[in-house]
Design a protein around this ligand. Structure first.
Ligand code: SF4
Length: 444
């Protein structure tokens, strides 16, 4: 069927971008928005009908996949005349299923072709279905998605790497994102400079497996060299490193964090299980004692650092004893926050074929138990800092109580009274009182 369009002038198109999932998806969606705006389009206002709806999907868990499908259905119902563009990991994994499901004009863009998305969305295609998938497992180059600014956010994400070669047995990501590919240093520095020019004062360096940064480049590099180069090139910007595997925390990285005043004391390390048998079945490549040593070493160097840990509950074969090992290790580690996820079986992964799957109710009970422990750990960390002064980057919006908000260098969320002119600045805040999951303070 040939589609007709009432919209003659592409420069007037109204856009909706709905993003599910990780920081990399968020970076990519921010890049789409910039490109759309550069083409003269604008975001649709609340309640307005959109001309183009982009859904950047996620597939990391069954729940994320279901939410992706629901979002597609909901936005098609709400914007029946819009061109629908679906991308992201769920689109990569289930393109045919989505094509069957969607009756509206639809364009499905694979993860390796995201640089073509905006052009395809703006093009008047001659048929109802456009598929730009490509063979993600064969991709050798990261797709380039430069942008001028990261939406209206104080903190920008900078995607420096895509894909993963690890094939942890539970993880679908290597199949949806392809092998590890890095951006060249010159391109990353140029992107950081654009963010600086746009007024962002903090950049989170992110990727799917960011510790692999640079290993695929012709001129070999690594994540530490990259962080050093960024910190030196943009001394007025605070840099954080997103999630990094325990084996990739080198002495060189710790030294770089110590030597750069704008490299924030913040670690986010996936543990996934505190039991050696489960870690081995996950193909994680370390054991619990190695993980403990890494955390202790980081703590010895950075006693005040933020320390986030990812943990999966209910991986196949996780009995009471294995779960108790995870819980015990988490209790013992001097960590700040945990991201706790229930194991989710992903078709196509090795773990999905394991016979000893843990019942859903048990997985949920374990998640609840670990989340309660996470709340306690966070409160202990925050309490430890009461009475101290930390530098806070003030966000551009106030909370419901009309207070200014921001994060300390070591990632404590704080609220405090103050003037709007402080927004976007780094100021010293005295931390005074626990307030649920945040800390109340005052400017000094
Ligand atoms: S390191 Fe493991 S968990 Fe992380 S993206 Fe790669 S395969 Fe998935």
């Amino acid at each position: 069927m040939v589609r007709s369009s009432k919209k003659e002038n592409p420069v007037k198109k109204k856009i909706i971008i709905n993003t599910l999932g990780c920081k990399v998806n968020q970076y990519e969606s921010a890049a789409f928005l910039c490109s759309f705006e550069e083409s003269g389009c604008r975001m649709a206002k609340a309640g307005e009908d959109a001309d183009i709806v982009v859904i950047n999907t996620c597939a990391v868990t069954a729940k994320a996949g279901a939410q992706s499908r629901q979002t597609v259905r909901r936005l098609i119902r709400r914007h029946p005349d819009a061109k629908i563009v679906i991308t992201g990991c769920y689109a990569q994994m289930a393109a045919n299923e989505l094509a069957e499901m969607v009756e509206a004009p639809v364009c499905i863009v694979g993860n390796g072709n995201k640089h073509l998305l905006v052009e395809a969305a703006l093009k008047e295609s001659p048929c109802d279905l456009t598929m730009l998938m490509g063979r993600i497992l064969k991709k050798k180059e990261i797709c380039r998605l430069p942008m001028q600014r990261f939406g209206n956010r104080t903190r920008a994400y900078l995607r420096v790497q895509d894909g993963c070669n690890n094939f942890c047995t539970y993880c679908i990501v290597p199949y949806t994102r392809g092998p590890s590919r890095s951006l060249k240093l010159s391109e990353i520095l140029a992107q950081a400079a654009r963010f600086a020019k746009a007024g962002h004062r903090e950049i989170v360096v992110t990727g799917i497996h960011v510790g692999m940064y640079g290993r695929d480049l012709e001129k070999k590099s690594d994540i530490t060299d990259l962080m050093l180069a960024l910190c030196e090139a943009q001394p007025d910007i605070r840099f954080r490193l997103s999630s990094i595997e325990p084996q990739e925390i080198s002495d060189k990285l710790l030294k770089a964090m110590s030597s750069c005043q704008n490299f924030m004391p913040h670690f986010h390390i996936p543990l996934q299980s505190g039991d050696d048998t489960i870690l081995s079945r996950m193909n994680r490549g370390y054991d619990r004692e190695t993980f403990r040593r890494v955390v202790e070493k980081c703590r010895a160097t950075f006693p005040d650092a933020a320390f986030g840990i990812d943990i999966l509950a209910g991986f196949p074969g996780e009995g009471e004893e294995e779960f108790a090992n995870s819980r015990k290790l988490l209790e013992e580690l001097d960590a700040t926050y945990f991201h706790v996820f229930p194991y989710s079986s992903r078709p196509g992964t090795l773990a999905a074929t394991f016979k000893d799957q843990v019942p859903k109710a048990v997985r949920e009970e374990r998640v609840a138990e670990l989340r309660a422990l996470a709340d306690k750990k966070k409160a202990i960390f925050h309490k430890r800092h009461l009475g101290t002064r930390r530098p806070v980057l003030v966000e551009h919006k106030r909370n419901k109580e009309d207070m200014l908000t921001g994060f300390t260098d070591n990632y404590i969320p704080v609220t405090f009274p103050g003037d709007n002119k402080l927004m976007g600045k780094i100021i010293l805040v005295q931390l005074e009182q626990l307030d649920g999951t945040t800390v109340k303070g005052r400017c000094v």
